[in-house]
Design a protein around this ligand. Structure first.
Ligand code: RB5
Length: 166
C-alpha cells in the first residue's frame, strides 16, 4: 500500500509521529510537504493530496491540520475521493470498512500522538467490506456524478443565456 501524507502548520507536531508509525507498519509513505515548495495553507495542501489520490498515484492519504476538519472538507471536493476525520479506532476502521474512504484526516490539536498512532494503525489494517455497504457507497458516487452534471449543465446554460442576451 502506498500512502501520501501532508499537513499544515498546525499539523506539523503530529506528522513525524505518524510517518514513524507507518514505517513501523512497513507501509510505504511519501511526505508531499507542499508547504516546503510554496506558501500554502490547508485548502491547497488537502487539494494537492486528494488530486494525487484521484489520479491513483497513491492508494491512500493522510492529512493533518488543527482539527482535521478543513482537510476533510477540501479533500471531499475532489471527484472520486472520500475523506473523513477520525480520532478513535472504531471510526477509523469504519472509514475503510463501511465508507471505503481513501483519505484519513487528523486534528493535531484534538488527538494525542499515541491515540493518533493507534487510529492510523487501525485504518491501515482495514479494507472495504462491500456487502451491505456497497450500494450506499455506490449511491454516494452516483450523487457525486449527478452534482457534477448539474454544475456543468448550469454553467453551459449560463453561457447560453449570456450569448442570447448579447
Ligand atoms: C489553522 O489554520 C486551522 O484552521 C487548520 O489547521 C485546520 O484546523 C482547519 O480545519
Amino acid at each position: 500500500m502506498k500512502i501520501a501524507i501532508d499537513c499544515d502548520d498546525a499539523g506539523l507536531p503530529l506528522k513525524q509521529a505518524i510517518i514513524d508509525q507507518l514505517h513501523a507498519l512497513n507501509v510505504e509513505v511519501t511526505d508531499l510537504n507542499l508547504s516546503a515548495q510554496r506558501k500554502v495553507d490547508y485548502p491547497d495542501i488537502g487539494y494537492n493530496l486528494a488530486k494525487k489520490i484521484a489520479a491513483k498515484e497513491f492508494d491512500r492519504g493522510i492529512l493533518i491540520c488543527g482539527t482535521g476538519l478543513g482537510m476533510a472538507m477540501v479533500a471531499n471536493k475532489v471527484e472520486g475521493v472520500f475523506a473523513g476525520t477520525c480520532h478513535d479506532v472504531f471510526s477509523a476502521e469504519r472509514l475503510c470498512k463501511s465508507n471505503n474512504a481513501q483519505v484519513l484526516t487528523l486534528g493535531a490539536r484534538v488527538i494525542g500522538p499515541e491515540l493518533a498512532k493507534m487510529t492510523v494503525a487501525a485504518w491501515v489494517k482495514s479494507e472495504f467490506e462491500a456487502g451491505r455497504s456497497l450500494p450506499k457507497v455506490q449511491r454516494m458516487r452516483e450523487l457525486e456524478q449527478e452534482e457534477l452534471a448539474q454544475t456543468k449543465e448550469g454553467s453551459s446554460s449560463g453561457s447560453n443565456a449570456k450569448t442570447s442576451c448579447c
